[in-house]
Design a protein around this ligand. Structure first.
Ligand SMILES: CC(C)(COP(=O)(O)OP(=O)(O)OC[C@H]1O[C@@H](n2cnc3c(N)ncnc32)[C@H](O)[C@@H]1OP(=O)(O)O)[C@@H](O)C(=O)NCCC(=O)NCCSC(=O)C[C@H](O)C(=O)O
Ligand SMILES: [Mg+2]
Length: 283
């Protein structure tokens, strides 16, 4: 059963209180951030505190550590820590500003045992999305829409029109290679309506979930990226109707006036699997 990634919460790795609090927050995954959310003066101290902080009880929440880039003065030590003392308390390593598959090779060499994730947040990464997604150590992609907007000199719009090309290229690449992909953050963390619009857009495009910056954003992401009761009920009826049609020697069923073929049953089964995985996580 695939693990859900509806809500992926960033926490600055220098914020001990927030890291402890997260052990009881309803996030599917947590990104402990050593990069942008931690000031240069705190980076080494934050890294040193992670071994005990991450050994806390995070339950079934995936613990993903975002390291600094290898071109920074901290990145190499971050990566070596993931391959050393943090191995065992980290579930995956998130590499910022990946431009090409070769960037992942460098981290893979320093972190032999953990799955890698890639921040997709530069124009060249959008153009190289297919080779990045194909990397054998890559488990998932995270859209970095703030950095991408900065690089593109694009504006933030509710419809995210300027982002669509990049989002689409990364989605296609992730899906083609069977990798997880989560959408970028919504900066206005007190604007629930705006967050919901962006979650629904990302969900409808095919993203697995959304990265978040504040606990107040969790419930909306969890709701939007989970199958609704109506969708689960429809999926069950589609499966039943198709099985009955097959038993009668037919290849097609009709539910609520719409055709149901084998491919729709595949989607219906995925809906039920997602609902079961979410229920298993909650239980
Ligand atoms: C945005 C914040 C700085 C706001 O913090 P604050 O003013 O402290 O918020 P609150 O007072 O409302 O906090 C209430 C309680 O919730 C806890 N809290 C806050 N944020 C988090 C969190 N992210 N995880 C867990 N817990 C959190 C506070 O500790 C309060 O607890 P209590 O004391 O018990 O009341 C802050 O939310 C924050 O720092 N968010 C994360 C920012 C971050 O990580 N940014 C970097 C990642 S985004 C990025 O880089 C995008 C990407 O790369 C791109 O390019 O797009
Ligand atoms: Mg970024």
């Amino acid at each position: 059963m695939a693990r859900p990634y509806r809500s992926v919460l960033y926490i600055p790795a220098a914020n001990a209180r927030a890291m402890e609090k997260a052990q009881n927050l309803p996030a599917d995954a947590i990104i402990f951030d050593l990069e942008d959310a931690v000031s240069p003066t705190e980076k080494a101290i934050a890294r040193e505190g992670l071994e005990s902080a991450l050994a806390g009880d995070y339950g079934s929440r995936a613990r993903i550590l975002r390291i600094n880039g290898l071109d920074s003065e901290w990145g190499r030590d971050d990566a070596l820590a993931c391959g050393g003392q943090l191995n065992g308390v980290v579930d995956a390593v998130l590499v910022p500003k990946v431009n090409a598959a070769a960037d992942l090779d460098l981290v893979a060499g320093m972190v032999p045992d953990l799955p890698l994730w890639a921040m997709m947040e530069t124009p060249v990464a959008m153009l190289n999305a297919a080779e990045i997604a194909a990397h054998p150590r890559l488990e998932g992609m995270v859209m970095g829409t703030n950095d991408l907007a900065k690089e593109l000199n694009s504006r933030f719009r509710p419809d995210r029109l300027p982002m669509q090309a990049g989002l689409g290229l990364c989605l296609l690449a992730a899906k083609a290679h069977g990798k997880v992909i989560v959408d970028g953050v919504y900066n206005a963390f007190k604007d629930d309506d705006g967050l919901r619009v962006e979650c629904e857009q990302g969900r409808d495009m095919g993203f697995d979930g959304k990265t978040l910056i504040h606990p107040a954003q969790l419930s909306i992401a969890n709701e939007c990226f989970a199958p609704s009761e109506t969708e689960i009920e429809l999926a069950r009826r589609q499966i039943d109707a198709f099985e009955q049609a097959m038993a009668l020697g037919k290849g097609v069923a009709v539910v609520d006036g719409k055709i149901v073929e084998n491919l729709h049953v595949v989607t219906a089964r995925k809906t039920i699997e997602r609902a079961d995985a979410i229920a298993a996580m909650a239980g």
